[in-house]
Each structure stands twice: as structure tokens, then as C-alpha cells.
Design a protein around this ligand. Structure first.
Ligand SMILES: N[C@@H](CCC(=O)N[C@@H](CS)C(=O)NCC(=O)O)C(=O)O
Length: 220
């Protein structure tokens, strides 16, 4: 059986893989909630990052974008929804735009949110320089989203795509720790978009008890 390693209590890049396995009834995939220090996981994936997958015949697949793609393409009987999420196969431009926003949200933006939030809230060793630089890079990138949503309902086209799902799960990490009430008041377009995306059928149950941080922790 294929094994997909996730931990949805801790790691936002694993939210969608876990949701997709359940939503699309991917019964040949065993969803395992992993502690990254687990010796078997460390042996298989010495880099110790999730999500990660091992197929029945021992092939490995890592990286959230690749795994989300693989899981959506593995969904049977959901062709219309998958075509909307990944873009129509005849529409290369739309598919490319979806990948563009997935990558920007999941890599550039989320990595800097991590650098800002994790040392600030104690998920990593405190480091004022990392926190300041992370925040400053988030501040530079945030207008790319806010300006986009000022004139667009979603990231690409008129429907929710995988780009919106990946961006929203990335933002939700920020909303848990650093993008506090004041930040949210200053970014109304991002908030309008985020609330619409997490209310969609794919994410609604997962986000029903989501708690936003009110005031982020002050620097030491
Ligand atoms: N480039 C990888 C990054 C994976 C990644 O950093 N995952 C985080 C969880 S969201 C992780 O495993 N963090 C564990 C750690 O850094 O200790 C991807 O996009 O999947």
C-alpha cells in the first residue's frame, strides 16, 4: 500500500494532501500522521519534511506541489472538479498561472512567514534577525496578493483552483501566529478572498473551527 506522511495538527503543507485522500476516496493510500523524529520516517526521508509519500513498490515522492498534483490526478470520477483545480488540459496558460501562484505561495511566501513566525512564537530557537528579515520580506510580497485581490476574485480565472487552495492553507499558517487583527484590517482584499476560499466545499469542514491570532507576540 502507498503511504502518505502528513501531520495536520502541525504542518499546513499537509492539509491539502490529507483532505484530497479523504475527499476523493483514495483508499489505496494509507494516511499516516507522522512525528518527524520517527526513526522509520527519518530513514526514508533524511531531510525530514512533510508531506512525503512512498509508493507500494518503494518509489518516493516529496514536495507539496507534486503531491497535490499526483493526488488530484489519482482521483477517479471527479474529472470536472479536478479540471477546474488544475486548469483545463487545453488551456496551458491557465495551468501555468496556477503553478505560478502555487509556487509563490508555497515557497517564497510561506518560507518567509515561517522565518517570521516560528522563532517569534517558540517553534524555533529565538533569533531576532531571522524574525525581522522574515517579516520584512513578507511585507514586500504581501502587496502582490492584496493588489491582485483588489481586482480579482480568485488567483486565476473565475473559479477556485489549486492555487487558491495552496495559498489559503499557506496564509492560514500566518493567520495562526503573526497576521493578526491589525494586519487583517489593513488587508481587506486578502481577507475577502481567504474567507471565500476556506468556506468552499473542499475546505469548509477542515477550517470550521479555525482560530485567528488577535495580537501577535511582541519581539523580546
Ligand atoms: N519544499 C517542501 C517544503 C516542505 C516543508 O518544509 N514542510 C514543513 C511542514 S509545512 C516541514 O516538514 N517542516 C518540518 C521542519 O522544518 O522541522 C514542500 O513544498 O513540500
Amino acid at each position: 500500500m502507498t503511504t502518505l506522511y502528513v501531520n495536520t495538527t502541525k504542518y499546513c503543507r499537509t492539509f491539502l494532501p490529507a483532505i484530497f485522500v479523504k475527499r476523493y476516496g483514495l483508499d489505496d493510500i494509507n494516511l499516516v500522521t507522522v512525528d518527524l523524529e520517527d526513526p522509520e520516517f527519518k530513514r526514508l526521508f533524511p531531510y525530514q519534511k512533510v508531506p512525503a509519500l512512498v509508493s507500494e513498490d518503494g518509489r518516493q515522492l516529496a514536495e507539496a506541489m507534486a503531491l497535490n498534483y499526483f493526488l488530484l490526478r489519482s482521483a477517479k470520477g471527479h474529472d470536472a472538479e479536478v479540471a477546474t483545480l488544475l486548469g483545463d488540459n487545453k488551456d496551458t496558460w491557465t495551468q501555468a498561472e496556477i503553478i505560478r501562484w502555487e509556487s509563490f505561495s508555497n515557497s517564497d511566501y510561506l518560507n518567509e512567514l515561517n522565518n517570521w513566525a516560528k522563532p517569534l512564537v517558540g517553534l524555533q530557537k529565538y533569533d531576532a534577525k531571522t524574525i525581522r528579515e522574515g517579516k520584512s520580506r513578507v511585507d514586500i510580497m504581501t502587496p502582490i496578493f492584496e493588489d491582485h485581490f483588489a481586482t480579482h476574485r480568485f488567483l486565476v480565472g473565475d473559479d477556485i483552483t489549486l492555487a487558491d487552495l495552496m495559498a489559503a492553507t499557506s496564509f492560514s499558517f500566518g493567520f495562526t501566529f503573526v497576521l493578526d487583527a491589525q494586519w487583517r484590517a489593513e488587508h481587506p482584499a486578502i481577507m475577502r478572498w481567504f474567507k471565500e476560499v476556506v468556506a468552499c466545499d473542499i475546505l469548509r469542514d477542515f477550517y470550521k473551527d479555525f482560530k485567528f491570532v488577535e495580537v501577535r507576540k511582541a519581539m523580546q
